[in-house]
Write a new protein. Structure first.
Length: 400
């Protein structure tokens, strides 16, 4: 990739941060570094490393990370990080550079777009979440609040200033096109990818997470349970199915939602629920292979706002998915188009319980194979080629 400038990746999260965002940003940075000079401006302590050939240079930006439940402290910390990042970009960006970021924290893209514009660099926003919509969906912001209105007002000039917006779900495009100055030619669809190799994993009776459970049918939940997720619907469905001895809920994860699950189980002590703390990456494949079906529970209005990256690994190992979301959300479209699971209306634990019953008696031996075959479309190599092509195109436009 012959470019007049470097590639600057801006992210609050970068390894050793264990989050999905950190892993995705690192994968893109390291892949692009094979062909270009890459500088990462990171907000994660311990991420900086001595530059070496073929590797990104990482510069840490001082960052304070309160817990997610401490909303006011977290907002202040993210504002400070955004300000420091803005200054770092003004210092390090040059005309001819191509710069990428993700919307975490949610204030960052506004400062990012402005800094890139001032330095006449090309800018790309990878749209993992759409704000303020995701905050409204999570119940943290009222649709008519002054902050929501201010963010909507700022989104217009930000999107006009950006050179490209990468969406990871097809359902996001229609929401972006509401903004004046946002056009289809700026939007690139590059979905995230499965990190596990495609192939149906057997339901092994000696699986260490499955073997202690007497039930024939295991319903799993795994991953970050943040403000956009609804753990209550899963627990209430388990409560409705507590007398179904053939069905057991194996629930794992982290975040505010998992703490909520712990509290509910401590009080209810449901016999058909087992809670498992966060699973280490090296044990994830074994854990995911333990369940017959996996639930991804969203709150209302997820369409176009957020896409569950965990979805692709569930397909890769050949497991059907019960998705709690609107039918027009990206993951829901994939489920229904290829018949690899079921869609449940948000906020309806009775419907979720009935869907679990139906899944437990479903006779479709081809569903697992369909799931793994579909997961091949969400391929790491294809995604990296998409990012490389986009960066090359933007760099060439700048140099012309």
């Amino acid at each position: 990739m012959q470019k007049p400038g470097k590639v600057v990746v801006v992210s609050q999260h970068y390894p050793p941060d264990p989050s999905t965002t950190a892993a995705i940003v690192a994968a893109i940075s390291e892949r692009v570094a094979h062909e270009a000079d890459v500088l990462v401006l990171s907000g994660t302590a311990g991420s900086a490393a001595t530059p070496s050939a073929g590797k990104p240079e990482v510069v840490e930006i001082r960052n304070w990370m309160p817990g997610k439940a401490a909303l006011l402290k977290r907002a202040l910390a993210e504002l400070l990080f955004t300000a420091r990042t803005f200054v770092a970009m003004l210092t390090r960006l040059r005309r001819g550079d191509v710069t990428l970021t993700v919307p975490a924290p949610f204030m960052l893209p506004y400062a990012f777009a402005l800094a890139a514009k001032l330095k006449r660099a090309r800018s790309v926003l990878i749209m993992h979440d759409l704000y303020p919509d995701v905050l409204v969906m999570a119940g943290l912001l009222k649709p008519g609040s002054w902050l929501a209105k201010a963010m909507h007002a700022l989104n217009g000039p930000m999107f006009r200033a950006l050179d490209a917006v990468v969406i990871i779900g097809r359902d996001t495009e229609k929401l972006l096109l509401r903004y004046r100055g946002m056009s289809r030619d700026k939007i690139r669809f590059i979905p995230n990818w499965a990190t596990l190799a495609p192939g149906v994993r057997p339901l092994a009776p000696d699986n260490p997470y499955r073997s202690p459970l007497a039930a024939r049918y295991v319903v799993g939940l795994s991953g970050n349970l943040g403000f956009t997720h609804d753990p209550v619907i899963v627990f209430e469905a388990a409560r409705l199915l507590r007398d179904s001895s053939d069905i057991h809920f194996l629930l794992s994860g982290w975040g505010v939602g998992f703490e909520q699950l712990k509290g509910m189980q401590a009080e209810a002590k449901l016999p058909n629920v087992t809670l498992v703390d966060r699973i280490a990456d090296e044990k994830l494949e074994t854990f995911l292979s333990a369940a017959n079906v996996w639930i991804i529970p969203y709150r209302k209005n997820v369409a176009g706002v957020s896409v569950p990256s965990r979805f692709y690994n569930l397909l890769a190992i050949g497991r059907p998915v019960i998705l709690v979301s609107e039918a027009d959300a990206e993951a829901a479209l994939t489920v229904t188009e290829h018949d690899v699971g079921w869609i449940v209306t948000p906020g309806r634990p009775d419907e979720l319980a009935e869907t679990v019953r139906r899944a437990a008696t479903s006779q479709d031996p081809g569903r697992a194979e369909r799931a793994t075959e579909i997961s091949r479309r969400f391929d790491f190599t294809a995604a990296m080629a998409g990012y490389s092509d986009l960066i090359r195109e933007l760099a060439q436009e700048k140099s012309d």
